[in-house]
Design a protein around this ligand. Structure first.
Ligand code: PMP
Length: 416
Protein backbone atom coordinates (compact mmCIF):
# COMPACT_ATOMS: atom_id res chain seq x y z
CA UNK A 1 0.00 0.00 0.00
CA UNK A 2 1.38 3.39 -0.94
CA UNK A 3 1.62 6.23 1.51
CA UNK A 4 -1.73 7.86 0.71
CA UNK A 5 -2.56 7.42 4.38
CA UNK A 6 -6.09 7.86 5.55
CA UNK A 7 -6.77 10.39 8.24
CA UNK A 8 -7.62 7.71 10.75
CA UNK A 9 -4.41 5.85 10.08
CA UNK A 10 -2.30 8.92 10.71
CA UNK A 11 -3.85 9.52 14.11
CA UNK A 12 -3.63 5.82 15.03
CA UNK A 13 0.02 5.69 13.97
CA UNK A 14 0.85 8.60 16.25
CA UNK A 15 -0.70 6.83 19.23
CA UNK A 16 0.82 3.46 18.41
CA UNK A 17 4.31 4.75 17.85
CA UNK A 18 4.29 6.88 20.98
CA UNK A 19 1.99 5.08 23.41
CA UNK A 20 3.85 6.24 26.51
CA UNK A 21 4.44 9.85 25.54
CA UNK A 22 2.22 12.48 27.16
CA UNK A 23 0.59 13.57 23.91
CA UNK A 24 -2.00 16.31 24.05
CA UNK A 25 -5.56 15.32 23.25
CA UNK A 26 -5.40 17.44 20.12
CA UNK A 27 -2.59 15.31 18.68
CA UNK A 28 -5.24 12.74 17.73
CA UNK A 29 -6.94 15.40 15.62
CA UNK A 30 -3.87 16.01 13.46
CA UNK A 31 -5.09 14.06 10.48
CA UNK A 32 -2.40 15.03 7.99
CA UNK A 33 -2.83 15.82 4.32
CA UNK A 34 -3.20 13.15 1.72
CA UNK A 35 -2.75 15.87 -0.89
CA UNK A 36 0.65 16.89 0.47
CA UNK A 37 1.70 13.28 1.10
CA UNK A 38 1.44 12.73 -2.63
CA UNK A 39 4.35 15.15 -3.16
CA UNK A 40 6.76 12.99 -1.15
CA UNK A 41 5.33 9.82 -2.61
CA UNK A 42 5.81 11.02 -6.19
CA UNK A 43 9.29 12.36 -5.44
CA UNK A 44 10.30 8.85 -4.36
CA UNK A 45 9.29 7.24 -7.69
CA UNK A 46 11.92 6.69 -10.34
CA UNK A 47 9.67 6.05 -13.35
CA UNK A 48 8.03 8.64 -15.58
CA UNK A 49 4.78 9.94 -14.06
CA UNK A 50 2.33 12.44 -15.52
CA UNK A 51 1.49 14.61 -12.55
CA UNK A 52 -2.16 15.53 -12.22
CA UNK A 53 -1.97 15.23 -8.42
CA UNK A 54 -0.54 18.38 -6.86
CA UNK A 55 -2.13 21.78 -7.45
CA UNK A 56 1.12 23.35 -8.59
CA UNK A 57 1.51 26.12 -11.12
CA UNK A 58 3.15 25.06 -14.38
CA UNK A 59 6.94 25.45 -14.41
CA UNK A 60 6.43 27.69 -17.45
CA UNK A 61 4.02 29.84 -15.44
CA UNK A 62 6.61 30.77 -12.82
CA UNK A 63 8.67 33.86 -13.76
CA UNK A 64 11.80 32.00 -12.72
CA UNK A 65 14.41 34.07 -14.58
CA UNK A 66 13.07 37.27 -13.09
CA UNK A 67 12.94 35.69 -9.66
CA UNK A 68 16.57 34.57 -9.95
CA UNK A 69 17.69 38.04 -10.92
CA UNK A 70 15.59 39.74 -8.26
CA UNK A 71 16.69 37.25 -5.60
CA UNK A 72 20.35 38.06 -6.27
CA UNK A 73 19.72 41.77 -5.76
CA UNK A 74 17.51 41.22 -2.75
CA UNK A 75 20.05 39.01 -1.02
CA UNK A 76 22.67 41.70 -1.59
CA UNK A 77 20.49 44.35 0.00
CA UNK A 78 18.21 42.67 2.52
CA UNK A 79 18.97 42.45 6.15
CA UNK A 80 19.06 38.94 7.55
CA UNK A 81 17.64 39.87 10.88
CA UNK A 82 14.08 39.33 12.19
CA UNK A 83 11.35 41.17 10.34
CA UNK A 84 7.91 42.45 11.30
CA UNK A 85 5.36 39.76 12.10
CA UNK A 86 2.59 41.57 10.18
CA UNK A 87 4.76 41.66 7.07
CA UNK A 88 7.39 43.84 5.44
CA UNK A 89 6.12 47.43 5.04
CA UNK A 90 7.17 47.49 1.38
CA UNK A 91 5.15 44.41 0.49
CA UNK A 92 2.14 45.63 2.49
CA UNK A 93 2.23 48.97 0.65
CA UNK A 94 2.53 47.31 -2.76
CA UNK A 95 -0.33 44.99 -1.84
CA UNK A 96 -2.55 47.93 -0.84
CA UNK A 97 -1.65 49.62 -4.16
CA UNK A 98 -2.34 46.44 -6.13
CA UNK A 99 -5.65 45.73 -4.42
CA UNK A 100 -6.73 49.30 -5.20
CA UNK A 101 -6.73 48.27 -8.88
CA UNK A 102 -9.10 45.33 -8.17
CA UNK A 103 -12.82 45.34 -7.22
CA UNK A 104 -11.78 44.70 -3.60
CA UNK A 105 -9.49 47.47 -2.37
CA UNK A 106 -8.08 47.04 1.11
CA UNK A 107 -6.10 49.01 3.67
CA UNK A 108 -3.15 48.57 6.02
CA UNK A 109 -5.38 48.03 9.04
CA UNK A 110 -6.96 44.95 7.39
CA UNK A 111 -3.87 43.18 6.06
CA UNK A 112 -1.40 40.74 7.58
CA UNK A 113 1.17 38.87 5.50
CA UNK A 114 1.10 35.13 6.15
CA UNK A 115 3.25 32.11 5.43
CA UNK A 116 1.09 31.04 2.49
CA UNK A 117 -2.67 30.68 2.44
CA UNK A 118 -2.43 27.76 4.85
CA UNK A 119 -1.32 30.05 7.66
CA UNK A 120 -4.30 32.29 6.96
CA UNK A 121 -6.56 29.26 7.45
CA UNK A 122 -4.73 28.35 10.63
CA UNK A 123 -5.14 31.88 11.99
CA UNK A 124 -8.84 31.88 11.13
CA UNK A 125 -9.30 28.68 13.14
CA UNK A 126 -7.07 29.88 15.97
CA UNK A 127 -9.27 32.95 16.33
CA UNK A 128 -12.69 31.42 15.83
CA UNK A 129 -12.74 27.67 16.51
CA UNK A 130 -13.02 26.18 19.99
CA UNK A 131 -13.09 22.39 20.54
CA UNK A 132 -16.56 21.09 19.65
CA UNK A 133 -17.51 24.09 17.49
CA UNK A 134 -19.41 23.40 14.30
CA UNK A 135 -17.58 24.37 11.11
CA UNK A 136 -19.35 24.08 7.77
CA UNK A 137 -17.20 22.82 4.87
CA UNK A 138 -17.92 22.08 1.24
CA UNK A 139 -18.12 18.47 0.11
CA UNK A 140 -15.75 17.84 -1.59
CA UNK A 141 -13.36 20.38 -0.10
CA UNK A 142 -9.70 21.28 0.21
CA UNK A 143 -8.99 18.88 3.05
CA UNK A 144 -5.89 20.75 4.22
CA UNK A 145 -8.37 23.47 5.19
CA UNK A 146 -10.79 21.11 6.92
CA UNK A 147 -7.80 19.42 8.64
CA UNK A 148 -6.84 22.79 10.08
CA UNK A 149 -10.33 23.18 11.57
CA UNK A 150 -10.08 19.63 12.95
CA UNK A 151 -6.75 20.44 14.55
CA UNK A 152 -8.59 23.03 16.67
CA UNK A 153 -11.21 20.47 17.65
CA UNK A 154 -13.96 21.45 15.19
CA UNK A 155 -16.95 19.28 14.36
CA UNK A 156 -17.26 19.38 10.58
CA UNK A 157 -20.51 19.56 8.62
CA UNK A 158 -20.07 18.62 4.96
CA UNK A 159 -22.43 20.42 2.59
CA UNK A 160 -22.65 19.06 -0.96
CA UNK A 161 -21.36 21.03 -3.94
CA UNK A 162 -22.97 21.12 -7.40
CA UNK A 163 -22.17 23.09 -10.56
CA UNK A 164 -22.88 26.36 -8.73
CA UNK A 165 -20.77 25.58 -5.68
CA UNK A 166 -21.93 24.81 -2.15
CA UNK A 167 -25.64 23.94 -2.11
CA UNK A 168 -26.51 26.77 0.20
CA UNK A 169 -30.22 25.92 -0.07
CA UNK A 170 -29.49 22.76 1.97
CA UNK A 171 -27.37 24.54 4.52
CA UNK A 172 -30.12 25.59 6.92
CA UNK A 173 -31.63 22.10 7.09
CA UNK A 174 -28.30 20.38 7.47
CA UNK A 175 -27.28 22.77 10.23
CA UNK A 176 -30.64 22.37 12.00
CA UNK A 177 -30.05 18.63 12.22
CA UNK A 178 -26.79 19.14 14.12
CA UNK A 179 -28.60 21.21 16.82
CA UNK A 180 -25.58 23.48 16.83
CA UNK A 181 -24.94 26.94 15.45
CA UNK A 182 -21.98 27.14 13.10
CA UNK A 183 -19.00 29.19 14.23
CA UNK A 184 -17.43 29.29 10.78
CA UNK A 185 -18.29 28.50 7.18
CA UNK A 186 -15.24 27.47 5.19
CA UNK A 187 -15.69 28.08 1.49
CA UNK A 188 -13.50 28.19 -1.59
CA UNK A 189 -15.96 30.21 -3.64
CA UNK A 190 -14.14 30.60 -6.92
CA UNK A 191 -12.79 27.74 -9.08
CA UNK A 192 -13.06 25.55 -6.05
CA UNK A 193 -10.36 23.12 -5.05
CA UNK A 194 -11.05 20.30 -5.87
CA UNK A 195 -14.13 20.60 -8.10
CA UNK A 196 -13.31 23.71 -10.16
CA UNK A 197 -16.88 25.05 -9.71
CA UNK A 198 -17.74 28.62 -8.71
CA UNK A 199 -20.33 29.67 -6.12
CA UNK A 200 -23.11 31.66 -7.84
CA UNK A 201 -23.86 35.23 -6.82
CA UNK A 202 -27.28 34.28 -5.49
CA UNK A 203 -25.76 31.59 -3.26
CA UNK A 204 -23.05 33.98 -2.07
CA UNK A 205 -25.75 36.42 -0.96
CA UNK A 206 -27.69 33.66 0.78
CA UNK A 207 -24.55 32.35 2.46
CA UNK A 208 -23.81 35.83 3.81
CA UNK A 209 -27.38 36.11 5.07
CA UNK A 210 -27.12 32.80 6.92
CA UNK A 211 -23.70 33.70 8.31
CA UNK A 212 -25.24 36.84 9.81
CA UNK A 213 -28.17 34.89 11.22
CA UNK A 214 -25.76 32.58 13.00
CA UNK A 215 -23.01 35.10 13.72
CA UNK A 216 -20.63 32.73 11.90
CA UNK A 217 -17.45 33.88 10.22
CA UNK A 218 -17.14 33.23 6.48
CA UNK A 219 -13.64 31.93 5.85
CA UNK A 220 -13.32 32.97 2.22
CA UNK A 221 -10.35 31.02 0.83
CA UNK A 222 -9.69 32.23 -2.69
CA UNK A 223 -6.27 31.37 -4.13
CA UNK A 224 -7.54 31.02 -7.71
CA UNK A 225 -9.89 33.99 -8.19
CA UNK A 226 -7.39 35.95 -10.30
CA UNK A 227 -7.06 32.99 -12.66
CA UNK A 228 -10.34 33.33 -14.58
CA UNK A 229 -9.92 32.26 -18.21
CA UNK A 230 -13.60 32.09 -19.29
CA UNK A 231 -16.98 33.54 -18.32
CA UNK A 232 -17.52 36.68 -16.27
CA UNK A 233 -16.47 37.64 -12.77
CA UNK A 234 -18.85 36.93 -9.92
CA UNK A 235 -18.70 39.50 -7.10
CA UNK A 236 -16.67 38.35 -4.11
CA UNK A 237 -18.04 38.34 -0.56
CA UNK A 238 -16.07 41.53 -0.02
CA UNK A 239 -17.77 43.23 -2.97
CA UNK A 240 -21.20 41.99 -1.91
CA UNK A 241 -20.73 43.10 1.68
CA UNK A 242 -17.94 45.70 1.90
CA UNK A 243 -16.25 45.94 5.26
CA UNK A 244 -18.30 43.03 6.61
CA UNK A 245 -16.64 41.97 9.89
CA UNK A 246 -17.80 38.38 9.37
CA UNK A 247 -15.88 38.00 6.09
CA UNK A 248 -12.36 36.71 6.68
CA UNK A 249 -10.44 36.55 3.41
CA UNK A 250 -7.48 34.23 2.93
CA UNK A 251 -5.28 34.93 -0.09
CA UNK A 252 -1.94 33.71 -1.42
CA UNK A 253 0.68 34.33 -4.10
CA UNK A 254 1.19 30.57 -4.36
CA UNK A 255 -0.94 29.97 -7.44
CA UNK A 256 -0.31 33.26 -9.24
CA UNK A 257 3.47 33.47 -8.65
CA UNK A 258 5.06 30.44 -6.97
CA UNK A 259 4.06 28.25 -4.03
CA UNK A 260 7.63 27.85 -2.80
CA UNK A 261 7.84 31.45 -1.59
CA UNK A 262 5.15 30.72 1.01
CA UNK A 263 3.83 34.28 0.86
CA UNK A 264 0.13 34.97 1.34
CA UNK A 265 -2.07 37.43 3.19
CA UNK A 266 -5.18 37.75 5.28
CA UNK A 267 -7.66 40.56 4.62
CA UNK A 268 -9.90 40.83 7.68
CA UNK A 269 -11.76 43.24 9.91
CA UNK A 270 -9.40 45.81 11.52
CA UNK A 271 -10.58 44.72 14.97
CA UNK A 272 -8.85 41.39 14.33
CA UNK A 273 -5.48 42.68 13.20
CA UNK A 274 -3.73 42.70 16.57
CA UNK A 275 -5.13 39.26 17.37
CA UNK A 276 -3.85 37.98 14.04
CA UNK A 277 -0.41 39.36 14.83
CA UNK A 278 -0.53 37.89 18.34
CA UNK A 279 -1.62 34.55 16.87
CA UNK A 280 1.21 34.60 14.38
CA UNK A 281 3.70 35.61 17.07
CA UNK A 282 2.75 32.43 18.90
CA UNK A 283 3.36 30.46 15.72
CA UNK A 284 6.21 31.54 13.46
CA UNK A 285 6.51 35.16 14.62
CA UNK A 286 8.71 37.31 12.36
CA UNK A 287 7.62 36.51 8.82
CA UNK A 288 10.24 35.33 6.32
CA UNK A 289 11.94 38.52 5.12
CA UNK A 290 13.76 37.74 1.83
CA UNK A 291 10.78 35.95 0.29
CA UNK A 292 8.53 38.92 0.92
CA UNK A 293 11.07 41.26 -0.66
CA UNK A 294 11.37 39.07 -3.72
CA UNK A 295 7.59 39.05 -4.20
CA UNK A 296 7.45 42.80 -3.47
CA UNK A 297 10.15 43.62 -6.01
CA UNK A 298 8.44 41.47 -8.62
CA UNK A 299 5.21 43.44 -8.11
CA UNK A 300 7.09 46.76 -8.03
CA UNK A 301 8.53 46.07 -11.47
CA UNK A 302 4.99 46.19 -12.78
CA UNK A 303 4.81 42.81 -14.50
CA UNK A 304 2.02 41.22 -12.49
CA UNK A 305 -0.90 42.07 -14.79
CA UNK A 306 0.88 40.84 -17.94
CA UNK A 307 1.98 37.75 -16.09
CA UNK A 308 -1.61 37.02 -15.00
CA UNK A 309 -2.89 37.54 -18.54
CA UNK A 310 -0.27 35.10 -19.85
CA UNK A 311 -0.97 32.34 -17.37
CA UNK A 312 -4.74 32.66 -17.82
CA UNK A 313 -4.25 31.85 -21.50
CA UNK A 314 -1.89 29.00 -20.67
CA UNK A 315 -4.35 27.47 -18.20
CA UNK A 316 -7.31 27.84 -20.57
CA UNK A 317 -5.39 25.88 -23.21
CA UNK A 318 -4.55 23.20 -20.67
CA UNK A 319 -8.09 22.92 -19.36
CA UNK A 320 -9.31 22.57 -22.96
CA UNK A 321 -6.58 20.02 -23.66
CA UNK A 322 -7.62 17.94 -20.66
CA UNK A 323 -11.34 18.03 -21.48
CA UNK A 324 -10.54 17.17 -25.07
CA UNK A 325 -8.30 14.24 -24.06
CA UNK A 326 -10.96 12.97 -21.66
CA UNK A 327 -13.62 13.16 -24.38
CA UNK A 328 -11.42 11.23 -26.81
CA UNK A 329 -10.09 8.55 -24.46
CA UNK A 330 -12.92 8.16 -21.96
CA UNK A 331 -16.06 9.57 -23.58
CA UNK A 332 -19.22 8.92 -21.56
CA UNK A 333 -17.46 6.58 -19.18
CA UNK A 334 -16.76 9.62 -16.95
CA UNK A 335 -18.37 12.97 -16.23
CA UNK A 336 -16.32 16.10 -15.55
CA UNK A 337 -16.79 19.65 -14.38
CA UNK A 338 -15.87 22.44 -16.83
CA UNK A 339 -14.22 25.19 -14.77
CA UNK A 340 -13.90 28.81 -15.91
CA UNK A 341 -10.57 29.23 -14.14
CA UNK A 342 -8.20 27.77 -11.58
CA UNK A 343 -6.36 24.47 -11.72
CA UNK A 344 -8.73 21.53 -11.29
CA UNK A 345 -11.22 19.22 -12.96
CA UNK A 346 -13.39 16.88 -10.92
CA UNK A 347 -13.93 13.59 -12.68
CA UNK A 348 -16.57 11.03 -11.69
CA UNK A 349 -16.49 7.48 -13.00
CA UNK A 350 -19.58 6.17 -14.82
CA UNK A 351 -20.76 3.08 -16.70
CA UNK A 352 -18.34 0.14 -16.47
CA UNK A 353 -16.01 2.25 -14.27
CA UNK A 354 -18.68 3.34 -11.78
CA UNK A 355 -17.77 0.73 -9.16
CA UNK A 356 -14.04 1.42 -9.20
CA UNK A 357 -12.60 2.91 -6.02
CA UNK A 358 -10.24 5.71 -7.01
CA UNK A 359 -7.97 4.88 -4.04
CA UNK A 360 -7.32 1.49 -5.66
CA UNK A 361 -7.11 3.11 -9.07
CA UNK A 362 -4.43 5.41 -7.66
CA UNK A 363 -2.10 2.45 -7.08
CA UNK A 364 -2.65 0.96 -10.52
CA UNK A 365 -2.35 4.34 -12.22
CA UNK A 366 0.81 5.23 -10.34
CA UNK A 367 2.45 2.06 -11.64
CA UNK A 368 1.16 2.99 -15.11
CA UNK A 369 2.72 6.45 -14.84
CA UNK A 370 -0.03 8.88 -13.93
CA UNK A 371 -1.00 10.42 -10.58
CA UNK A 372 -4.12 12.20 -9.35
CA UNK A 373 -5.88 12.76 -6.01
CA UNK A 374 -8.56 10.16 -5.17
CA UNK A 375 -11.98 11.58 -4.22
CA UNK A 376 -12.01 10.28 -0.61
CA UNK A 377 -8.87 12.35 0.12
CA UNK A 378 -10.97 15.44 -0.61
CA UNK A 379 -13.75 14.86 1.87
CA UNK A 380 -13.23 14.71 5.64
CA UNK A 381 -15.73 11.84 5.75
CA UNK A 382 -13.97 9.95 2.95
CA UNK A 383 -16.81 10.30 0.42
CA UNK A 384 -16.49 10.29 -3.38
CA UNK A 385 -15.02 6.82 -3.86
CA UNK A 386 -15.59 7.02 -7.59
CA UNK A 387 -14.37 10.58 -8.16
CA UNK A 388 -10.95 12.14 -8.50
CA UNK A 389 -9.26 15.50 -8.78
CA UNK A 390 -7.11 16.15 -11.83
CA UNK A 391 -4.86 19.22 -11.99
CA UNK A 392 -4.60 20.41 -15.56
CA UNK A 393 -2.32 23.36 -14.74
CA UNK A 394 1.07 21.70 -14.36
CA UNK A 395 1.34 19.62 -17.57
CA UNK A 396 1.71 20.55 -21.23
CA UNK A 397 -1.11 19.55 -23.61
CA UNK A 398 0.97 16.61 -24.94
CA UNK A 399 1.64 15.34 -21.46
CA UNK A 400 -2.00 15.82 -20.55
CA UNK A 401 -2.99 13.62 -23.47
CA UNK A 402 -0.45 11.00 -22.46
CA UNK A 403 -1.62 11.12 -18.82
CA UNK A 404 -5.27 10.68 -19.75
CA UNK A 405 -4.30 7.83 -22.08
CA UNK A 406 -2.47 6.08 -19.22
CA UNK A 407 -5.38 6.71 -16.86
CA UNK A 408 -7.79 5.20 -19.37
CA UNK A 409 -5.66 2.11 -19.71
CA UNK A 410 -5.49 1.72 -15.88
CA UNK A 411 -9.27 2.05 -15.68
CA UNK A 412 -9.82 -0.47 -18.45
CA UNK A 413 -7.47 -2.89 -16.71
CA UNK A 414 -9.43 -2.56 -13.47
CA UNK A 415 -12.85 -2.89 -15.15
CA UNK A 416 -11.90 -6.16 -16.82
N1 PMP B 1 -6.54 26.99 -0.05
C1 PMP B 1 -6.74 26.33 -1.20
C2 PMP B 1 -8.13 26.16 -1.69
C3 PMP B 1 -5.66 25.82 -1.91
O1 PMP B 1 -5.89 25.17 -3.06
C4 PMP B 1 -4.35 26.00 -1.40
C5 PMP B 1 -3.16 25.43 -2.11
N2 PMP B 1 -3.33 24.19 -2.67
C6 PMP B 1 -4.21 26.68 -0.21
C7 PMP B 1 -5.31 27.18 0.44
C8 PMP B 1 -2.87 26.85 0.44
O2 PMP B 1 -2.13 27.82 -0.19
P1 PMP B 1 -0.59 28.03 0.16
O3 PMP B 1 0.19 27.07 -0.67
O4 PMP B 1 -0.35 29.45 -0.18
O5 PMP B 1 -0.43 27.78 1.61
Amino acid sequence: MHDMTTAAETARDVRNSAPTLPLAGRAKDLVGSMIDSSTSLLAAQSHDIVRFAMGSPADEAVPADEFRQIAGEILDNTSFTYGATEGEPRLLQLLVDYLATTPDPSSHDRLVITTGGMQGLDLACKLFVDPGDLVVVESPTYTNGSATALSYGAQLLEVPVDDEGMQVDQLEDLVARTRQTPKAIYTIPTFQNPSGVTLSEERRRELLRLAHTWGAVVVDDDPYGLLRFAGTDIPTFQTLSPGDPLVFSVRTFSKILAPGWRVGWVDADPSLRQLLINGKQAMDTCTNVPNQHIVAEYIARGGLEDHLAGIRTLYRERKDAMLDAIARHLGDRVTTTDPEGGFFLWVTLQEEFAEIDTRELFEVALADGVAFIPGPALSPGGRFRNSMRLCFASSTPDRIDEGVRRLTSSLEKMAR
